[in-house]
Design a protein around this ligand. Structure first.
Ligand SMILES: NC(=O)c1ccc[n+]([C@@H]2O[C@H](COP(=O)([O-])OP(=O)(O)OC[C@H]3O[C@@H](n4cnc5c(N)ncnc54)[C@H](OP(=O)(O)O)[C@@H]3O)[C@@H](O)[C@H]2O)c1
Length: 293
């Protein structure tokens, strides 16, 4: 549907993600103004009904809600930092990926220029934008989020995390840490099983079940972390460490990479050396909560 009866919205940055965002707004019936440094990337959107602004400043003036999605924060500042750009009164939602400190600094910068600013993170690929699968995180003033939530709903499952502008970026990287950890653990197991002729497809459903089972533990373990109390209700860390040694030995014996199991065991060993061997696994938060190269 593109009957253009919705709230006007501007999208600045029409890379792969920006095009998907603008396309979703158009599809949901929002009059959509677009701008991109390379103008040709707007062609398809213009054919679908978008209005191409001649400059980024003109795009901002087209309405009171602007989404920016460019490569990085430096590009955003290059684009919107000029004195000819008027941000006063506009709501700027920055869906560019970056660090939490960059988000907080951008919020100060935008607010000093009179803008309402929300920072965001997109946990989805462009083809998912506009579907419930697309998780889009926002942080900043709640009133600014609520004021535009019904418009943002066109993009997917939009979520508000809190007033601290850095939260969207932090949740974003926390999600990536989870994703790579699960994938790496699965690859380790797959490599082990392939040495015995078990193919990846055979192991995948078993691995899925294990991952889902472990995910069930998280709320209970989170309670231990939040209360800073780690009684060994099901297993002590030193028992886990013996199983880690077994994983290392097995990996080396069958000739697969043992780097990841060794890293996991090194972290547990430090915690045991600090006297936590009789406590439960989440006590490792103390190791994860401090810097180490
Ligand atoms: N693609 C994904 O799957 C995905 C998923 C989650 C989050 N993201 C995030 O979304 C953001 C955009 O990603 P993308 O996939 O759309 O990247 P992309 O296809 O490489 O597009 C980058 C965009 O940034 C613009 N840009 C870069 N430097 C600029 C500058 N100095 N001045 C003006 N415009 C500049 C580009 O303009 P030109 O077209 O003129 O080069 C283009 O519009 C990134 O922060 C990315 O991490 C992407």
């Amino acid at each position: 549907m593109n009957n253009n009866t919705g709230t006007p919205v501007t999208v600045i940055g029409l890379g792969l993600m920006g095009q998907a965002l603008a396309g979703a707004f158009l599809k949901a019936g929002h009059p959509t103004t677009v701008w991109n440094r390379t103008t040709s990337k707007a062609d398809q959107l213009v054919a679908e009904g978008a209005l191409l602004a001649p400059t980024a400043g003109d795009a901002l003036k087209a309405g009171s809600l602007t989404i920016i999605c460019v490569t990085d924060y430096q590009a955003m500042h290059e684009l919107l930092g000029g004195s000819d750009i008027e941000l006063h009164g506009t709501t700027l939602i920055n869906l560019t990926s970056g660090a939490s400190a960059q988000a907080r600094e951008a919020a100060q910068w935008a607010e000093q220029r009179g803008a309402h600013y929300l920072d965001g993170a997109i946990m989805a690929i462009p083809p998912a934008i506009g579907t419930a699968e697309a998780l889009i995180l926002h942080s900043g003033p709640q009133s600014d989020f609520e004021a535009h939530k019904s418009t943002l709903d066109a993009l997917g499952t939009v979520t508000y995390l809190g007033a601290d502008h850095g939260l969207a970026s932090l949740y974003d990287v926390a999600g990536l840490a989870m994703m790579w950890s699960v994938l790496n653990a699965w690859l380790q197991g797959t490599a082990l099983l392939r040495t015995a002729g078990v193919d990846a497809a055979t192991y995948a459903p078993f691995a899925q079940q294990i991952a889902a089972g472990v995910a069930e533990w998280l709320p209970g373990y989170a309670e231990q972390i939040d209360s800073d109390s780690f009684p060994a209700e099901v297993s002590a860390l030193e028992t886990d460490a013996r199983a880690m040694a077994h994983l290392i030995e097995e990996s080396e014996a069958v000739g697969v990479n043992a780097e990841l199991p060794k890293l996991i065991k090194a972290i547990a060993d430090r915690s045991i050396a600090a006297g936590h061997g009789g406590e439960q696994y989440p006590v490792l938060i103390e190791e994860f909560g401090k810097p180490r190269d």
